[in-house]
Design a protein around this ligand. Structure first.
Ligand SMILES: Nc1nc2c(ncn2[C@@H]2O[C@H](COP(=O)(O)OP(=O)(O)OP(=O)(O)O)[C@@H](O)[C@H]2O)c(=O)[nH]1
Ligand SMILES: [Mg+2]
Length: 311
């Protein structure tokens, strides 16, 4: 008789900032569930993406990049990353093929080793896979010593080179991940792809456009609060506030004659319309709240809490 048992479980996407965790989540799910930018520390939450296949239900958990926190927001981000590690049946650790294994990666490996000593929440053994991402940017011979070191020196069960951006080796990676998942029930209905609300996703899409449009300290100083979403007969009206830390940052986000804010709004709207499947009116405001990243109450208000695994 054919083996028809369903494999299901949680898969952590872990690594230092900017290695491509969110790009991989989106590529595996075929849907933009997490925002992506060239700036480190783009992701600030645990983000669930549920993949449904006839043989498996895979709950991918994207996470903030491991880093030394500078403020309460950073500490919340690290808590979110650690909670993702605790939940996982399979831990996928990403590194950047161009850089090889860095000191920052080694600090992530220490956390992974610690997690591997605990049984998974499902009660079974956990597995850690090393994924070398961005192989589109390097020549193959450079990968071989990294693959070798991943398994022999750092104790990963397997080491898999991929490109999340171009899609190279994603099917084989998925097959390996599923092979290590326990047999289990279907946790989510087939129509569920994430646990993020439309408002949360809308806020992130706006924040993404701010990250892409700004430089240096500004991306890190920005949060987006959705103030109102109203479904009209013809369009959905969204009012949102872009929170920054200092007046100078507000001036940058607004730009000369309001041009920067206008451009951010237009680009965000182009992303929001397909998400909501409707025409969108987007009203954007910029507000200075000094020190918001160190204020626990404000962090809660802005949705950065450790409750429910950070969101
Ligand atoms: N060339 C190339 N670029 C990639 C690949 N994967 C991701 N990137 C780029 O790397 C940058 C960071 O990608 P993200 O997916 O935001 O990285 P992340 O690990 O989620 O980063 P944080 O959320 O900050 O921890 C973006 O500019 C991506 O386009 C890849 O396979 N190849
Ligand atoms: Mg990310």
């Amino acid at each position: 008789m054919a083996d028809t048992a369903l494999r299901s479980g949680f898969v952590a996407l872990i690594g230092r900032p900017n290695v491509g965790k969110s790009t991989l989540l989106n590529a595996l799910l075929g849907e933009k569930l997490a925002i992506v930018s060239p700036k480190p520390q783009t992701t600030r939450h645990r983000i669930l993406g549920i993949l449904h296949r006839p043989d498996a239900q895979v709950m991918f958990l994207d996470s903030p990049g491991f880093h030394e926190p500078q403020h309460a927001l950073g500490r919340q981000m690290m808590e979110a990353a650690k909670s993702v590690l605790e939940e996982a049946d399979v831990i996928v650790v990403l590194i950047d093929a161009q850089r090889g294994i860095t000191a920052e990666d080694l600090r992530v490996f220490v956390q992974v080793k610690r997690a591997l000593e605990q049984p998974a929440l499902s009660g079974g053994k956990r597995t850690a896979l090393l994924v070398i991402n961005k192989v589109d940017l390097v020549k193959k011979p450079r990968l071989l010593p990294v693959i070798e070191a991943g398994v022999t020196q750092h104790g990963f069960t397997e080491c898999i080179p991929i490109s999340a951006l171009t899609g190279v080796q994603l099917e084989p990676l998925l097959a390996r991940i599923i092979a290590y998942l326990p047999e289990g029930p279907q946790w989510y209905e087939p129509h569920q792809h994430t646990d993020q609300t439309a408002a949360q996703r809308a806020g992130e899409l706006i924040r993404e456009q701010v990250l892409l449009a700004t430089r240096e300290e500004v991306p890190h100083a920005v949060a987006v609060r959705i103030d109102q979403i109203e479904e009209g007969p013809k369009l959905t009206s969204i009012q949102a506030t872009i929170v920054v830390d200092r007046p100078g940052q507000k001036a940058i986000v607004i730009g000369k004659g309001g041009l920067m804010l206008k451009s951010i709004g237009m680009k965000a709207r182009a992303q929001l319309e397909p998400l909501l499947g409707r025409k969108v009116f987007l009203g954007l405001w910029v507000k200075v709240i000094p020190g918001w990243r160190s204020n626990e109450r404000l962090l809660r208000e802005l949705g950065y809490t450790s409750a429910e695994g950070a969101r």
